[in-house]
Design a protein around this ligand. Structure first.
Ligand code: EPZ
Length: 419
């Protein structure tokens, strides 16, 4: 079984840049289906999830290929409207292809999506919105047989009961070529939504308010393909910062959207890291004895503390002085990394959605297993701070969201390699 081996305890230092955003690239890859020509997506990360997304597009009749950092997608030949159960099971974001397929083909057969087992992850908000836009949905044995009533979907005023990222994206992909106006109230405001709206508008869509709580879309007849550069990955950026902070090192992180880390940098600073901003670069200097943040870390929709960073910040909190409290408000099963961190000697108590971490100086090397994408990254951060040898297995999870994470940390001086 493939593994990453870390001989930790070494102070990291250096500079590095950040890969393109997984969670921006996936909806944008889906959105290319709304055009019938060649799109060039620069800074698209090469991941398991983007590979799966390309497999889905190829199944539907599109052509995809990589040229350096760019993913080239030609959706002219799109001729199929069914995604197999196996491909749907590979990742959560397969469900956001539904809106695009319906917009292009008028009907779609998909299955409930897979993805990290961090909660029940329902899709009721997606389905309810599409129904309001004139889609009939029949569910049988996990398959969703969807059909647009009439020639094309029509606009609607949607009120999301929760600012769901995926539901906001699905509605956007359905609405940009629907008949008339769509308004999304209580839309997700994550930066990845704004990136998707920027891409759609560059293709000729009429979307106003992307990245705010109210998004207004005026349907147009067609979108034209374009060349687009995907935003840097804010969770990968924060993971690199946490990894360096955990070793008492220093790093210059280049080409990041600093404002996307507005809820993360203050926590690292509160823990004792010195942070300086130089345009699109972040300089972080840690020290040997960081301390626990004064306030509990409560995950919230953007611009609150990102749930995706909770496992990784927890790994850092294991090796600082004092007690850190985590409250996970987004997903009901997002502490699966805790037993693996405890194998390394971490002191963590979990009660429902609350985890209490007693920081300790020394963890001990061990064999640990990834449980989900960000849980896998948290084990690597913990291993970097642990003197001795740690082996991390089940890399299939971390490879879904990080482009060769071991290379990134190795460039900063870590003894880390994949076997
Ligand atoms: C996106 O997932 C991200 N994935 C997740 O990142 C991220 O954690 C999450 O947004 C929150 O920021 C991608 O973008 C591919 P949601 P998504 O819909 O769209 C409930 C990672 O590690 N909900 O905002 O699935 C749901 O149960 C991944 O990169 C409904 O109840 O998140 C959850 O409690 C993990 N009904 C909450 O909303 C619905 O129809 C947030 O879900 C949809 C969601």
């Amino acid at each position: 079984m493939e593994k990453i081996v870390v001989n930790g305890g070494k102070r990291l230092q250096g500079e590095c840049s950040v890969q393109g955003s997984k969670n921006a690239s996936l909806p944008i890859i889906g959105a290319t289906m709304l055009t019938s020509g060649e799109n060039v997506l620069h800074m698209c990360p090469k991941l398991r999830d983007t590979t799966t997304a390309c497999e889905i597009l190829q199944l539907l009749g599109c052509k995809t290929n990589w040229q350096d950092d760019a993913l080239i997608i030609n959706s002219r030949g799109l001729c199929n409207n069914e995604i197999s159960k196996n491909l749907m099971n590979q990742m959560r974001s397969s469900i956001i292809f539904l809106g695009a397929i319906l917009a292009r083909c008028g009907e779609a057969k998909v299955y409930f999506p897979g993805g990290c087992d961090i909660g029940s992850r329902p899709i009721d908000l997606h389905i309810d919105a599409l129904k309001k836009m004139g889609v009939s949905v029949n569910e049988c044995g996990g398959q969703l047989d969807c059909k647009v009533d009439g020639d094309r979907m029509h606009g609607a005023e949607i009120f999301l009961s929760f600012p769901s990222v995926g539901a906001t994206e699905n509605i956007l992909l359905a609405a940009v070529t629907a008949e008339g106006k769509t308004i999304i109230n209580n839309a997700a405001v994550e930066p990845e939504i704004k990136d998707l709206c920027n891409y759609l508008n560059k293709c000729g869509a009429k979307v106003v308010g992307g990245g705010t709580q109210v998004i207004r879309i005026e349907g147009v007849d067609r979108l034209t393909p374009c060349e687009y550069t995907i935003m840097p990955d804010r969770i990968v950026a924060a993971t690199l910062l946490c990894g360096v902070a955990a070793t008492g090192g220093e790093v210059l992180l280049k080409s990041v959207n600093v404002s996307n880390l507005s809820s993360v940098l203050p926590v690292l600073s509160d823990m004792g890291c010195r942070i300086r901003i130089f345009g699109k670069s972040i300089f972080l200097k840690s020290k040997d004895f960081l301390v626990a943040p004064k306030q509990p870390i409560r995950t919230m929709p953007y611009p609150g503390f990102p749930t995706d960073l909770q496992p990784i910040m927890m790994a850092l909190s294991c090796v600082v002085g004092g007690t850190t409290i985590f409250v996970e408000t987004i997903f009901e099963n997002r502490f699966r990394h805790v037993p693996e961190l405890k194998r390394l000697g971490a002191s963590i108590r979990v009660e429902g959605r609350v985890a209490v971490v007693e920081g300790c100086r020394e963890l001990r090397g061990a064999c640990v297993y990834g449980t989900d994408l960000r849980g896998g990254a948290s084990l690597i951060v913990a291993a970097l701070a642990t003197a001795g040898r740690t082996e991390i297995f089940k890399l299939c999870y971390v490879d879904r969201g990080y482009e060769k994470i071991e290379d990134q940390f190795s460039k900063l001086g870590a003894y880390i390699f994949r076997l």
